[in-house]
Design a protein around this ligand. Structure first.
Ligand SMILES: Cc1cc2nc3c(=O)[nH]c(=O)nc-3n(C[C@H](O)[C@H](O)[C@H](O)COP(=O)(O)OP(=O)(O)OC[C@H]3O[C@@H](n4cnc5c(N)ncnc54)[C@H](O)[C@@H]3O)c2cc1C
Length: 327
């Protein structure tokens, strides 16, 4: 690990000022992601600003739903009564991630900002355009079984690892941000960026901007949501394919649908075309299969990850069947 300074603050303005004023400063929340990357020498901040005392750890009811502070732990969010009742996909996504101990430490803000588990990124020595822009992407010609089939570029095919973010995208969540110039909001679907020719730029946040909260809006759609994750072992593993789905069904017909995918794309992936294929249809397995096909229509497999296309489609169909009210 490289040497670094450590400070704490309970003032969000001071935290933003400190980090935005130093290109090598970083916020520290639960530390479950950042400290690993520091030990691996993939990240080497010169200054850590511990934000755990900043009062951002409440889940509050709003007129239309919930406001979740950025420092709420993944455990507290997953087991919150209103989350389980009104946003079940979010609770399920959180509980499918990491382990109980990690979820106790992991924060909402840190979960959104976690970085890819691509082994060429994490080994710190391979060619990686995220680590060293312009150095190349070892995954493109390497062992790319866990990599993306959607949203990749000739610079990067690393998948986004977060389960929670996939559910937030399907639930139309909004990320609240505080920066040196004030506060603003970013839709969860726009929060993460495609790699294109700048894979090192992963989110819409500017350096030094602090995530303060995530806002969720209650709806019949969100209440009928579900997250399904498929992985190499039953727990403590990242997704090979996952689906967050939400359906509103009126008079036996799907009146609204949301579908987002994890494990298969370079960012939490909203499948708009699949949603269109669902709306106006009766919930049948054939309709779900057509939607799943639409979701993966533009998939580009690499040498070792072609199986993800079929796996993701099956995951979507199974998840939709769970919320579709079918026998
Ligand atoms: C062994 C292991 C298995 C895991 N398995 C899964 C899994 O299956 N699914 C899954 O989704 N995740 C998984 N994770 C990842 C885990 O969810 C993240 O490590 C965790 O959510 C990060 O939160 P944190 O508070 O610890 O972030 P930190 O490590 O403190 O920070 C991570 C990053 O976020 C930034 N940051 C933190 N808070 C803010 C904020 N409020 N505003 C702006 N930037 C901020 C930090 O500067 C840092 O860059 C796993 C992690 C481990 C170690």
């Amino acid at each position: 690990m490289n040497p670094f300074t450590y400070t704490r603050t309970d003032d969000p303005a001071a935290a933003v000022k400190q980090v935005s004023g130093d290109a090598r400063a970083a916020f520290l929340a639960g530390g479950t992601s950042l400290l690993d990357l520091m030990k691996l020498r993939v990240e080497s901040p010169a200054q850590l600003v511990d934000i755990n005392a900043v009062p951002l750890n409440k889940i509050e009811a709003t007129d239309g739903g919930l406001r979740v502070g950025a420092l709420v732990s993944n455990t507290d969010l997953a087991y919150h009564d209103a989350v389980r009742k009104d946003f079940p996909a979010l609770s399920e996504a959180l509980l499918s991630g990491a382990s109980p101990q990690l979820r106790n430490m992991a924060s909402v803000g840190g979960n959104l900002m976690q970085r890819t588990r691509c082994y060429y990124f994490r080994d710190g020595i391979s060619q990686c355009n995220k680590n060293r822009p312009g150095s190349g992407c070892a995954a493109l010609e390497g062992f790319n079984r866990i990599h993306a089939v959607l949203g990749g570029s000739d610079q990067c095919i690393a998948t986004h690892p977060s389960d929670m973010a996939v559910a937030l995208v399907a639930l139309d969540a909004v990320v609240k941000v505080r920066g040196p110039k004030g506060e603003h909001s970013i839709k969860a679907a726009d929060f993460h960026l495609l790699p294109a020719d700048k894979p090192e730029r992963e989110t819409a946040l500017e350096h030094g901007e602090l995530i303060t909260a995530v806002e969720l809006t209650r709806s019949p759609l969100a209440a009928r949501s579900h997250y399904l994750k498929v992985r190499d072992r039953a727990s403590y593993e990242f997704a090979l394919a996952s689906a967050a789905v939400a359906l509103e069904i009126k008079d036996g017909v799907i009146s609204a649908a949301r579908l987002a995918l994890g494990g298969v794309a370079t960012k939490p992936w909203r499948a708009f075309e699949a949603e269109k294929a669902l709306v106006g249809q009766k919930p049948t397995e054939a309709v779900f299969a057509a939607a799943a096909k639409a979701a993966l229509k533009d998939a580009k497999p690499q040498k070792y990850n072609g199986f993800k296309i079929d796996l993701a489609q099956r995951t979507i169909v199974r998840a939709l069947t769970t919320v579709g009210g079918m026998p």
